[in-house]
Design a protein. Structure first.
Length: 155
């Protein structure tokens, strides 16, 4: 599916502690109308996208309202009777992958730090507790800061 996020994603925690996220996208298809010799929009469909675990965490930090998204996953529908006795339905996707549609802008991909590489921080002062950072992480931070001085592309 290709569509635009209708709102910022929302976080939901399951009883077992896993994180899930939900975002709705608006999908409007286009078609060529031979009678008018022009393109026209189809009816806009609103689809709820559900994500779990790492995908959910990354979705929560990366996606904002209005951004164009490409979503792959399993499509399903739900039907229920509302309080006013009307029949309701919704389209849902259990997402396997979500990304920005680069047709409309650019993005920068950033891998999150591994848990082992995130230092402990004193909650009172905000100071990094030095003995909690692994030597590999310290080396990575030193290498990153040294590399930041030269922004010339490597051809």
């Amino acid at each position: 599916m290709i569509g635009n996020a209708t709102a910022d994603p929302t976080e939901h925690k399951q009883d077992n502690g896993t994180v899930t996220a939900k975002v709705r996208i608006a999908v409007t298809g286009r078609y060529y109308n031979a009678a008018t010799q022009d393109f026209a929009d189809r009816k806009t469909e609103f689809i709820t996208v559900f994500a779990r675990r790492n995908l959910a965490r990354n979705l929560l930090t990366s996606v904002r309202k209005g951004q164009p998204l490409i979503v792959t996953g399993r499509l399903s529908s739900s039907e229920w009777i509302a309080q006013d006795e009307t029949q309701r339905h919704s389209l849902n996707i259990q997402a396997e992958a979500v990304g920005h549609d680069l047709t409309y802008g650019s993005a920068i991909f950033t891998k999150p730090l591994r848990t082992a590489d995130v230092p402990d921080v004193d909650p009172q002062t905000g100071e990094v507790l030095s003995d909690s950072v692994s030597e590999d992480a310290e080396d990575a931070f030193e290498t990153e800061s040294a590399d930041d001085d030269s922004l010339a592309p490597a051809f």
